[in-house]
Design a protein around this ligand. Structure first.
Ligand code: ATP
Length: 704
């Protein structure tokens, strides 16, 4: 690699600066043209936009600066949204220009598209923009040709357009450090694997929020980001290999490539907990994309109406299969059924529900049966509404509505003439008042699922997982609008939970990412089991591996790699940079241990330090020992930028810290068992630059 320093007399730097200034001028012109086109009603917004975008610096150097940058981008997006209803295509262009004005591009590739033809420069940025003749000024990082940058391969390389492979010759791959219209430096890469921007990005300290990795996506990561759209993609990556980052880049990629048909609300993202959800929530907005529907298993279960039950983490696949098998001969009893009641009124009696069920029970329990019964109940409800419209009391009520109520209900004022009109308007009143009853029928409120399930399983209660699965036996599928479902930390799900997700989202494509070595609870699915479940539900499963750690220094990577199987260990790597040797100490005396722990906490070093305890109980104990100087992170907390936090391993999932202190590395907490091994691997691998391991008593044999 030739790293070219910032030199005043460097002709390449001067030429690139001139190009940047020209592009910047174009961008300003495009922005001004669009904004002056926009409705004069928005004059205030226009000026705000110009003022704001001139002030914003795209600066991710420190956590504070990152936060400021992201907040500024969000404010800009809000101003742009003011225009939204009126000028969609202009607004989209404005959004792109505004993003590019912060950093017009981050790389350039020079490509010989055909032998003998002059080479072409392609500048790559977070968004794409063309000039007035539709010629690209900057191409979007997700466009086909940008693949040549991410392939990290000099000479002959290729990219695919609409499924067809195009071979080109890459003669130059140049990366830029640019802030607005200022080119600070550039790096020409001549050796495939080296990436100066990456190395400089990895030197930085922990930031409060995860950042987009658009400019430095590595080759193995790019295979996931740009993977063909397949039913299921399973990514197995070591700690810190960028799984979450790649997942978010993939969402941005899909939203771009399928922008005519895919919207963010058709993408569902499952994350481990609320702290993690907040940690990643600015990545997509900083790329100009909106966040997908983000949820945890717990919030998913609650949304489905199963929240009061045990979450079902110990439910076995055997139980679900038993539910499936025994439901084939199921005969619903009257007590399994429920009346439809709305606004305190019984609208369909149990006997009517029983009648509808008996009419179709010959089909056996399943989606066909459920659809037929549901339709029948909707019909019966409609008939009941017609009957109610003849009720004198309700008719009087309708005639007594004041003008506002009439307008709200009918969209106009009314003066019914004759019985027929009176009945018609009363029916509309009834429909509006009891509209929830149709929803109840759709949600299977007429069926006592718990009672049915308890009978089938001969047990006193159903877990959320069992309840959801039983409902799927009746309906076959759950969510019909979801097109992509992404599950991060998939190793923490049980087979039964995954069976529910696979079936609930049977029409969606899945991206599943995880690390088997980070399964911190007993009884979760192994990767072969995950693959098997989705092969059964979705036909095929493609798999990718990520084997390089970008988070942790080589010393820390070596420490946690020592905990995995020998053959895997040999393949793990860390991107080289300076590191500090881990500190590992065991103390026979409690007082000595506490002294060392307090010393570690009082001199944490730069950035954010986390004391990661193995369980919630240990968090409570440590919190008492360490006092108020150390803040405990729970579900509602945001991570601070610097200082020391105390949290459980469960809460630390997916997060990272400059310095990790493992305060309970004694044999009794981390014995030589596969589970303890994975827990320790997870705790250690949260560290970027420094690790301190302390044991009260004999040190865990895992680090012996
Ligand atoms: N290509 C890249 N360029 C720059 N930084 C990267 C790159 N890939 C990953 N990183 C950084 O490495 C760190 C780890 O990334 P991420 O959290 O996505 O990994 P992960 O595989 O999900 O981790 P884990 O499974 O251990 O929670 C983050 O700080 C991320 O920004």
């Amino acid at each position: 690699m030739d790293t070219t320093p910032n030199q005043h007399d460097d002709p390449i730097l001067a030429k690139e600066q001139a190009h940047l200034s020209e592009v910047y001028g174009w961008l300003l012109k495009i922005r001004d043209n669009i904004t002056s086109d926009l409705d004069s009603n928005h004059a205030g917004a226009r000026q705000d936009l110009i003022d704001m975008s001139e002030e914003v610096r795209l600066n991710f150097n420190s956590s504070d600066e990152t936060m400021e940058t992201l907040a500024a981008i969000e404010t800009l997006n809000n101003i742009i949204d003011v225009y939204n209803q009126y000028h969609d295509s202009n607004v989209d262009k404005l959004r792109r220009v505004t993003l590019l004005l912060m950093q017009p591009y981050f790389a350039k590739v020079t490509l010989e598209m055909r032998p003998g033809r002059p080479a072409r420069d392609v500048y790559i940025g977070t968004a794409g923009i063309t000039d007035e003749h539709s010629r690209p000024i900057v191409v979007d990082w997700r466009s086909p040709v940008a693949e040549t940058y991410y392939n990290q391969q000099m000479g002959p390389t290729s990219y695919s357009v609409d499924g067809r492979e195009r071979t080109v010759n890459l003669t130059l791959r140049r990366q830029f450090d640019i802030v607005r219209d200022q080119l600070n430096s550039y790096f020409d890469t001549s050796v495939a694997i080296e990436d100066s921007l990456l190395l400089s990005a990895l030197k930085s300290h922990h930031s409060e929020k995860l950042k987009a990795i658009t400019a430095t996506i590595q080759r193995e990561q790019n295979e996931v980001v740009r993977h063909d759209d397949v039913p299921v993609l399973l990514v197995n990556g070591i700690a810190g290999s960028g799984k979450t980052s790649v997942l978010l880049q993939r969402i941005a990629y899909l939203l771009y490539r399928k922008r005519k048909t895919l919207s963010e609300d058709q993408v569902w993202l499952f994350t481990p907990n609320a702290v993690f959800e907040r940690y990643i929530d600015t990545v997509l907005p900083s790329m100009g994309e909106a966040n997908p529907q983000t949820l945890t298993w717990k919030s998913f279960v609650a949304e489905q109406g199963a929240g009061e039950r045990d979450l079902g983490r110990s439910t076995s696949t055997k139980t679900l299969r038993h539910l499936e098998d025994s439901s084939r001969d199921l005969v619903l009893e009257p007590d399994d059924l429920r009346e439809i009641r709305c606004e305190g009124e019984v609208l369909l009696k149990v006997s009517q529900v029983v009648g509808a069920v008996r009419k179709f029970e010959r089909f056996g329990v399943g989606p066909r049966f459920t659809a037929l019964v549901t339709d029948e109940l909707h019909d019966r409800l409609d008939r009941r509404f017609t009957q109610m419209a003849k009720d004198e009391g309700l008719q009087e009520e309708m005639l007594g509505l004041d003008v506002d109520q009439q307008v709200e209900l009918f969209g106009e004022t009314i003066s019914p003439e004759g019985d027929a009109e009176t009945v018609t308007y009363t029916r509309r009143l009834v429909e509006s008042r009891f509209s929830g009853a149709h929803d109840q029928i759709e949600r299977l409120a007429w069926l006592r699922l718990d009672r049915v399930g308890m009978r089938l399983l001969s047990q006193p209660a159903l877990s959320a997982t069992e309840w959801l699965y039983l409902r799927l036996i009746f309906t076959d599928t759950g969510e019909k609008t979801a097109r992509f479902v992404m599950v991060d930390e998939v190793q923490d799900y049980t087979e039964a939970q995954l069976m529910v997700l696979a079936r609930y989202f049977s029409r969606a494509h899945f991206l599943l990412l995880g690390d088997e070595n980070q399964a911190i609870s007993e009884g979760t699915a192994t990767f072969p089991q995950v693959a098997e479940i989705f092969r059964e539900s979705h036909g095929s499963v493609d798999e990718c591996r990520l084997l390089t750690s970008y988070r942790s220094s080589p010393e820390i990577t070596a420490l946690f790699a020592g905990l995995v199987k020998h053959d895997e260990r040999l393949r793990l790597a860390s991107v080289q940079r300076e590191g500090v040797k881990p500190t590992i100490q065991a103390f026979a005396e409690r007082d000595d241990y506490l002294r060392a722990l307090r010393a570690a906490v009082s001199e944490p070093g730069a950035g954010l330090t986390a004391v990661i305890a193995q369980s919630d109980a240990r968090v409570s104990w440590l919190s008492k020992q360490l006092g108020e100087g150390v803040c405990v992170v729970d579900h509602d907390s945001d991570l601070p930028v610097t200082g020391v936090v105390l949290l459980s391993l469960r809460m630390a999932k997916g997060l990272e810290f400059d310095h990790v202190i493992v305060p309970d590395a004694q044999a009794e907490v981390y014995p030589d068992t596969p589970l303890a091994r994975r827990q320790l691997y997870t705790a250690l691998s949260r560290a970027m630059h420094r690790v301190t391991v302390l044991a009260q008593g004999a040190l865990t044999p895992l680090l012996g």
